[in-house]
Design a protein around this ligand. Structure first.
Ligand code: ADP
Length: 485
């Protein structure tokens, strides 16, 4: 099968979160499974220097964008895995310091930037000699593609367009813009209605994707159920309920080439299920590098996260304020809202020598935290899939999670399967419930045999891409059938 994936971020080229990891890994996994996959993404600043083997394609985009025409070039890079990446080169839109924003401010022309990118995706799908069977779109930035393809099919002579699949990585980000932005799509008015791209008089790019894609997926089965409810539907539960039969939840896989404690070049010592001594060395190295007292016996907790409301920062700050009176240490790696960054800095001032706060984005430290910590905290308000709890499991770092979305689907609590337990779940969204879960972890920590069993169970959990990719292929086949009828 031929699959064209389109995403505004792809690891290792650009990344602000799990979306990039997932798309990069899905592309490779599809190729490994014997399929032809290609990815299209914007050419952001610095990529040509970082990947000098990229070559210019003889391809010149010149596409209508409202009343104007906008030009762009195309680059391509063939990865060792056999995956081809296309980069849309439009310097005015993508040669910038940030991806979506600078500092706390989103770029004012994000609608224009990603509507243009969506049109480039459609142009490639239609005119490349390599004809994709399925175009797989990720998140709001390319949410308009199914409508654009449908329009070219019905009104612009595109005989047999590919089937479309839209994946929702996080329903909270929908790409909502003033109605005037719709003119940039050059689509006729009939796509802009309550069952289509319109949302309370505004343009909603993700809603357009949900309405017009042949199939919609999201990144865990539980989240697929949750987003059809008013509580977690972010205003789109109605359209999702209407399309329920075309909505599938598939848990993301983990790229175990990148996240493998036995072969991780960021670590001070490798370790595995059968040789756990390396984990102790990583704990000491982590404590030293973030300036916490090096102490083997003190349980070390970690979090790596965007500091956003979704991630449960408010209850985590309150629970830590209570729990840091006990003999524990905590390390945070994250960045995001100024208010939350300040909250952690204040906590660090209150509990010197017990909490390390590292603000910013740091790939190496993320691996070292996964390896060196005893427990990993993820108290999300909602979590479409979540990757860090799966990385934690592989690194024998016991996840403490709120039972929502992918966190609920990937972690096993003692109350669910005693012998298979590999983490701790709590249910209520309160700091009290989180503090109670942390107390449970302290009890586990004091029983070395039990802790070892949790670690063993955690490290054997398998979220490799084989299973995930099979599920996507099933969905693609279904899409092909439904687009034929
Ligand atoms: P989300 O996509 O909602 O941010 P996920 O758990 O799905 O959350 O994915 C987050 C990804 O981003 C993980 O790979 C995580 O390690 C990484 N990450 C998040 N914040 C940082 C940071 N400050 N430094 C390094 N990696 C980070």
């Amino acid at each position: 099968m031929k699959i064209l994936l389109a995403s505004s971020e792809v690891y290792p080229f650009s990344k602000t979160g799990g979306l990039a990891d997932m798309v990069g890994a899905l592309g490779v996994a599809l190729v490994n499974a014997g399929h032809e996959a290609r990815i299209v993404t914007p050419l952001y600043r610095g990529l040509r220097d970082k990947f000098p083997h990229m070559t210019l394609v003889n391809w010149h985009f010149d596409l209508p964008l409202g009343e104007r025409h906008v030009k762009a070039e195309l680059w391509e890079l063939d990865l060792d895995s056999g995956l081809k990446i296309y980069f849309v080169d439009q310097a005015a839109y993508f040669d910038r310091a940030g991806i979506y924003q600078e500092g706390q401010f989103s770029y004012a022309d994000n609608a224009e930037r990603y509507i243009f990118f969506s049109k480039c995706v459609v142009n490639l799908a239609r005119y490349l000699a390599w004809k994709a069977d399925v175009v797989h779109l990720h998140d709001w930035q390319v949410g308009l593609v199914p409508a654009l393809i449908r329009h070219e099919h019905t009104s612009a002579g595109w005989g047999k367009p590919p089937a479309t699949c839209v994946t929702i990585h996080n329903l909270a980000y929908q790409g909502i813009f003033p109605a005037e932005a719709y003119a940039l799509t050059n689509l006729p008015k009939h796509f802009f209605h309550t069952e289509g791209a319109e949302y309370f008089g505004m343009l909603n790019c993700l809603k357009a994707g949900i309405a017009f894609a042949d199939v919609i997926t999201t990144v865990s089965p539980r989240y697929a159920r949750e987003i059809t409810t008013e509580e977690l539907g972010c205003g789109l539960d109605g359209v999702l309920r209407r399309r329920r039969e075309h909505l599938v939840g598939i848990l993301n896989g983990v790229d175990y080439q990148e996240w493998n404690p036995a072969k991780d070049s960021y670590l001070s010592a490798p370790f595995s299920q059968s040789k756990l001594t390396g984990k102790k060395k990583n704990k000491a190295a982590l404590q030293q590098s973030v300036a916490l007292p090096v102490a083997e016996k003190i349980p070390l907790y970690g979090t790596i996260s965007r500091l956003a409301e979704q991630k449960g920062v408010d209850i985590q700050l309150a629970a830590l304020a209570e729990m840091l009176n006990a003999d524990i240490q905590f390390v945070l790696l994250g960045s995001g809202s100024a208010e939350y960054e300040l909250g952690y800095r204040e906590l660090a001032r209150r509990f010197p020598g017990k909490i390390a706060v590292q603000l910013g984005y740091n790939e190496a430290l993320a691996h070292q935290i996964e390896a060196g910590c005893d427990f990993f905290l993820m108290p999300s308000r909602f979590e479409p899939c979540g990757l860090n709890q799966m990385y934690s499991l592989r690194y024998g770092t016991i996840p403490i999670v709120r039972a929502t979305g992918g966190l609920d689907d990937s972690v096993i609590d003692y109350a669910e399967q005693t012998d298979e337990a590999n983490g701790i779940k709590f249910y209520e969204y309160t700091s009290r419930a989180l503090a109670k879960a942390i107390r449970k972890s302290l009890a586990i920590y004091q029983q070395p045999d039990l802790l070892r069993q949790y670690r063993r169970n955690a490290m054997k959990a398998d979220f490799s891409w084989h299973r995930t990719v099979e599920e996507y292929l099933t969905v693609y086949c279904r899409t092909l059938k439904s687009s034929e009828t």
